[in-house]
Design a protein around this ligand. Structure first.
Ligand code: SF4
Length: 373
């Protein structure tokens, strides 16, 4: 007997294939007709500028990153300028952006590009990926935007759009989920036009299929979008709670002597490496005002110092840590002998040093002038 009906799995495969083709075509059409998103690096072909923009955007919103990008490119217009600039100058320009390991890696990679590649960007995905601070997402962005190489970007926007449209319930922060999304993204990529496809999916995720309040009603995908049809938009993408956060208590003593303040560079492999800070006492739990005052005697004798103020608690959430920070202000009559690694810097010179964002906010609250001349 002749078999006339097709096996179910084949039918499913064909319909999935159809959905994938639809997705790519509809996305590119949306990009051509409706995408109005403007950004200074959009359409850029210079791999150096793309690299700078991508590193800035790794943990920063576009609106905030925009001015940093323009200042960065103005001051360091190419690899050579960045590779030969003093570290402190680069950190100063990065000040306020947070996640300073990005800046450290940027400096290290600029030097590799200067020394090993004669100030030119390598033109293969693999070589780009080997640079410091560049992961698969950034390598794919540089390779596709600058050299039109067929590598799909996979970031938060891509996870969200794809998981919703195809109704994928695999956790995006599991190994298995990640592999699945990467493979599917490579399949969906328009290999003839990877730059346009990559830009389109990121812009679509940022402006239409947003994390909160996506614009489903005006979305060109809505009739075929699995999450929309099944009313699961708010549930996708799925993330497992795997990150356990560390809590840290940082008590900063601002020791003022005349018109100067004691500061020190953070050199340990830790948050804020290479930035400057005040005298730090880190504790395992919150310290009350009395304990903070008692701790003073380990720095300077009570007779020589005068307590001015103890601040409330400032909080800062980092990816893997929650910081609780207090500032204790004191004045001393004469410089402290033997305060290792510290320098006494005049208040009007503090603007020359890069500080973590939270410390800058506190200094600004105290009306310390940190604006660049
Ligand atoms: S219909 Fe809604 S959830 Fe689905 S792709 Fe469009 S914006 Fe995203």
């Amino acid at each position: 007997m002749t078999q006339t009906s097709e096996p179910d799995s084949n039918l499913k495969d064909r319909s999935l294939q159809g959905r994938k083709s639809f997705f790519t075509l509809a996305l590119l059409e949306w990009n051509q007709i409706h995408n109005r998103r403007q950004m200074p690096w959009k359409g850029e072909k210079d791999p150096y500028k793309i690299w700078i923009s991508e590193i800035i955007l790794q943990q920063t919103r576009v609106e905030q990153g925009w001015t940093y990008y323009e200042r960065f490119i103005k001051k360091f217009p190419n690899i050579k300028a960045l590779a030969s600039a003093p570290e402190e100058e680069i950190f100063k320009l990065w000040e306020g952006l947070g996640y300073y390991s990005r800046c450290r890696n940027l400096i290290a990679s600029a030097r590799i590009l200067h020394n090993n590649y004669q100030d030119k960007f390598p033109e293969t995905y693999q070589e780009i990926l080997e640079l410091k601070g560049i992961g698969p997402y950034t390598a794919a962005a540089i390779a596709s935007f600058a050299f039109n190489l067929p590598h799909a970007v996979v970031d938060g926007n891509v996870f969200r759009v794809i998981s919703r449209f195809f109704g994928i319930e695999k956790p995006i922060n599991s190994n298995e989920g990640r592999k699945f999304f990467v493979a599917l993204s490579e399949e969906l990529l328009d290999s003839q036009n990877p730059a346009a496809y990559n830009q389109a999916i990121m812009d679509f995720g940022a402006t239409v299929c947003k994390p909160v309040s996506p614009l489903c009603k005006e979305c060109p995908f809505k009739l075929k979008c699995s999450a929309y049809r099944k009313n699961k938009v708010a549930e996708l993408p799925i993330k497992t709670n795997s990150i356990s956060k560390k809590t840290r208590w940082l008590n900063y003593y601002l020791i003022r002597c005349g018109d100067g303040l004691y500061i020190k560079k953070r050199t340990e492999k830790d948050i804020w490496q290479n930035l400057y800070e005040f005298f730090l006492v880190e504790s395992k739990s919150e310290m009350c005002d009395e304990q903070l005052k008692n701790e003073l005697s380990s720095i300077v004798s009570r007779k020589q110092s005068k307590m001015v103020n103890i601040s409330g608690t400032y909080k800062q959430k980092l990816t893997h840590q929650d910081l609780f920070v207090r500032f204790i202000e004191l004045t001393i009559d004469k410089p402290i002998a033997g305060l290792k690694d510290f320098e006494l810097v005049k208040f009007d010179q503090l603007k020359r040093f890069p500080f973590p964002k939270l410390l800058i906010s506190f200094l600004l609250e105290k009306n310390v002038n940190l604006s660049q001349d």
